[in-house]
Design a binder for this molecule. Structure first.
Ligand code: AMP
Length: 425
């Protein structure tokens, strides 16, 4: 019979790598807690119009990449392609803003986008992200940047670059867009079809187009940073000054745009120096107008989203992952039925005492059981046959150092714990 295969662009995370995921998730939780961010978990699917409004009809995500389907009640649902819109929906729906003036929320979650799979680009992938909701201050922008950098640094990562820009706000952007349109109009025929199409609705997106022609035509175009009004310019200057004070290096990048109206002021991206074309590790910025766009009270906010698979790729590339697979404390190798029964009872006793234990479940030879103990990455093998049961003296073999000692069955838990502490702490 034909076997069923996983869907293109998805991955199984098998036991040989799930330990790396656990390490990463543990680090994220630890650093988030250090910053006072609290975890939020939102559903995997939402009403489609949340994303249409929360990300924008004109984005690639909404126009081309969403997994949208009708449920049996003919309601249009979408698997979440990103985390910010759901978090803000939950923030509004649960009146979190009325409970505290500042909400610092974070998530770790799978995301779904129907993109063309390639290295570092999948259809189900995972992101962690933080949203700092309620503060308009540059300090808040910087908190989120420091937070993501601390997560990277805690994992040992050092070769990345932070790109920074300001996309202005509703007070200065329209004027700037007009200046940009005036500049692009005589050059329109040299731009790609997509950029021509979004010339009226979303001219700033021309800056993140990867087509060589569009890049060349925009080298000398007017830049948002030169068209900020006083308030946005002051905000940007303060963000830069704070980053300087924290000795965080960054590069200004006028091509970093978030071409939607509810993104405001700060935009940033963290780029790995160790990845190829898909080198963006994460991106973020301020979105002061999103909450009201989704029907809530106007609430300033800033946040980022960062890819987990790409982070793992860099960590692997830079040899920063040690063996994170789980090891077993004790494998009980038994010879004979009575000993197997004893093994079952003893495994339970050890587990009750927080010592991980496993045993043979196939009635195998001692040699085969010792092989299994090694496959389980066990620290010790406890070897027991009829004779050992009678004498109460059992053999405890340290599998990683090939030494063995005798332990007494009367105080097995104490003896094993002592050996674990002496050799593996
Ligand atoms: P975005 O939400 O598009 O700003 O993406 C934030 C981060 O998520 C990116 O910098 C990537 O690290 C990661 N990411 C986005 N799309 C994908 C994808 N299709 N596959 C893997 N990682 C992705």
């Amino acid at each position: 019979m034909e076997t069923i295969q996983k869907i293109k662009g998805t991955h199984d995370i098998l036991p040989d790598t799930s330990g790396d995921w656990r390490l990463l998730e543990k680090t994220i939780h630890r650093i988030m807690q250090r910053y006072g961010f609290q975890e939020i978990r939102t559903p995997i699917f939402e009403a489609t119009n949340l994303f249409a409004r929360g990300i924008g009809q004109l984005t690639d995500i909404v126009s081309k990449e969403m997994y949208t389907f009708e449920d049996r009640g003919k309601k249009s649902l979408t698997l979440k392609p990103e985390g910010t819109a759901p978090v803000i929906r939950a923030f509004i729906e649960n009146s979190l803003g009325e409970k505290r003036p500042i909400n610092k929320l974070y998530y770790i979650s799978p995301m779904f986008r129907q993109e063309n799979p390639q290295a570092g680009r999948f259809r189900q992938f995972h992101q962690f992200g933080a949203e700092l909701i309620g503060s308009p201050e540059p300090f808040a922008d910087v908190e989120t940047i420091l937070n993501v950098l601390d997560i990277y640094k805690s994992l040992g990562l050092s070769s990345f670059t932070i790109k920074l820009n300001s996309v202005g706000d509703e007070n200065c952007r329209e004027q700037y867009k007009n200046a940009l349109r005036d500049y692009l109009r005589p050059r329109l025929s040299k731009l790609c079809k997509t950029c021509q199409e979004r010339f009226e609705s979303n001219p700033m997106r021309v800056f993140d187009c990867k087509e060589a022609g569009c890049i060349a035509e925009t080298e000398a175009a007017p830049r948002m940073l030169d068209h900020l009004d006083q308030a946005s310019a002051d905000h940007f200057e303060k963000v830069c000054a704070l980053l300087d004070q924290h000795q965080v290096a960054y590069e200004l990048d006028y091509r970093l745009v978030r071409g939607l109206d509810y993104y405001t002021r700060t935009a940033y991206e963290v780029v790995s120096n160790a990845l190829g074309s898909q080198n963006a590790l994460g991106g973020g910025g301020r979105y002061d107008l999103l909450t009201q766009e989704l029907g809530g009270k106007p609430t300033p906010a800033v946040g980022y989203a960062a890819g987990i698979e790409r982070l793992l790729m860099v960590l692997r590339e830079e040899k920063l992952l040690t063996d994170n697979s789980l090891s077993l404390d004790v494998f009980i190798a038994s010879i004979g039925e009575k000993a197997q029964e004893w093994a079952s009872k003893t495994a339970r006793l050890l587990r009750d005492n927080e010592i991980s234990a496993d045993m043979d479940l196939l009635g195998r030879s001692l040699k085969a059981q010792m092989k299994e103990a090694n496959r389980s990455n066990a620290k010790f093998a406890l070897i027991v046959g009829e004779q050992e049961l009678e004498s109460g003296q059992l053999t405890l073999r340290n599998l990683q150092q090939s030494e063995q000692t005798e332990v007494n069955s009367a105080d097995l838990v104490g003896a094993i714990r002592k050996h674990l502490d002496a050799k593996f702490k």
